[in-house]
Write a protein that binds this ligand. Structure first.
Ligand SMILES: Nc1nc2c(ncn2[C@@H]2O[C@H](COP(=O)(O)OP(=O)(O)OP(=O)(O)O)[C@@H](O)[C@H]2O)c(=O)[nH]1
Ligand SMILES: [Mg+2]
Length: 344
């Protein structure tokens, strides 16, 4: 299925340009003086909606750790790509989390403010929404709506994700109506059932400039988002060089990639309680060598994680390596060791 752009209206970036002038005034010395085009895009949304997967697909590198569990992303991560003269700087954000979830998953305090922080550097906001979740598909997360209302001066667009999991396209129009309160770029969404629009409570946000329907996993519709962002980038000198693709250190990227695989392979809260540390890292010209230690709360849990004959740990290692090869674009030798937390 290809992307449907429901509005042809162009965004206005006047406010963002004013902000960018301030943002770039503190450029590092290495910043290029050539005038290119730049767009800073904050990607926000509910946990597990596919934010990180989407960014990785657009920048064609697994920079942002992604897993099948909620709260994979715990801090702001920048992922950049450069095409012709345009740099797109994505800000991947943690999914919005309640205080209860923060305690349950032992999430870092910094995570709570990360989303708000990302909005302060954004020229445009992309909201990712999971249409495959039958409980939440018709409502935008209330925290997301509040954030959008508090930054109404920044243009925003809606990305309806996981369309590959839709069995029927018939529900699409009603979902779009709910998520936009029947309004896109100031125009009412075509609504055959006009009476139903009158009394509905607001479930979404009425000021999206555009809507995209995509599958971040298989790439359907993703190129349209990239083209859209490129066409909306504004002249600016580069904050990052064209060769740079993230603001994260290799150490942090490796740790997050390992953490994501543990989240993928282990059930419930267990993987959230593991302490993951990079013990060795060497970037040789032809390959990367690294060693990661994972601290388990007890010997029993270490055995459980390892799986029969160490099979599960082998799978985790092999899939992490694949992701890191995709990330660094060169061979990676990785060892992952389980260590039991010493008793006090
Ligand atoms: N079927 C399908 N699955 C997807 C799609 N996009 C993402 N996923 C899956 O959804 C899960 C969550 O993806 P993430 O990219 O980690 O989601 P996120 O929004 O970054 O999650 P948090 O960082 O935890 O907030 C992963 O298992 C992805 O493979 C999609 O378009 N289709
Ligand atoms: Mg994420």
């Amino acid at each position: 299925m290809s992307t449907i752009m429901l509005s042809a209206l162009r965004m206005t970036y006047s406010k963002a340009i004013v902000f960018r002038a301030v943002y770039y005034s503190s450029q590092p010395e290495h910043a290029s003086k050539t005038i290119n085009k730049v767009v800073n895009v904050a990607i926000i949304g509910a946990p597990n909606s596919g934010k990180s997967t989407l960014i990785n697909n657009i920048v064609e590198r697994k920079i942002c750790a992604a897993s099948n569990k909620v709260h994979t992303t715990t801090k702001l991560v920048r992922a950049m790509c450069f095409q012709n003269d345009t740099q797109i700087i994505f800000l991947d954000t943690p999914g919005v989390a309640t205080e209860k979830e923060q305690k349950r998953y032992k999430l870092p305090e910094s995570m709570i403010n990360a989303c708000h922080k990302s909005l302060r550097c954004a020229d445009v906001i992309g909201v990712v929404h999971d249409i495959s979740n039958k409980f939440t598909k018709d409502n935008l997360h209330s925290d997301v709506v509040n954030m959008l209302h508090s930054t109404q001066n920044i243009p925003s667009f809606l990305i309806i994700n996981k369309i590959d999991r839709l069995e029927s396209k018939r529900q699409l129009l009603s979902v779009i109506r709910n998520l936009t309160n029947g309004m896109i770029a100031g125009n009412p969404v075509q609504d055959p059932d006009t009476d139903s629009r009158k009394k509905k409570r607001e479930r979404g946000y009425s000021h999206f400039s555009d809507i995209f329907l995509v599958s971040a996993l298989n790439g359907d519709g993703v190129k349209d988002i990239k083209d859209y962002l490129i066409s909306n980038a504004k002249p600016a000198s580069l904050h990052f060089s064209p060769e740079e693709w993230t603001d994260q250190t290799p150490e942090s990227l490796i740790q997050e990639a390992v953490r994501a695989k543990f989240l993928d392979f282990l059930a419930q809260e267990l993987p959230y309680n593991l302490k993951i540390e990079l013990e060795y890292y060497e970037d040789l010209e032809e390959k990367i060598i690294c060693s990661v230690a994972v601290e388990c709360p007890s010997d029993r849990i270490a055995r459980l994680i390892s799986g029969a004959g160490g099979g599960r740990l082998q799978q985790i290692k092999s899939q992490t390596r694949n992701d890191l090869v995709d990330l660094f674009k060169k061979p990676v030798v990785i060892s992952i060791q389980l260590k039991v937390k010493p008793k006090p």
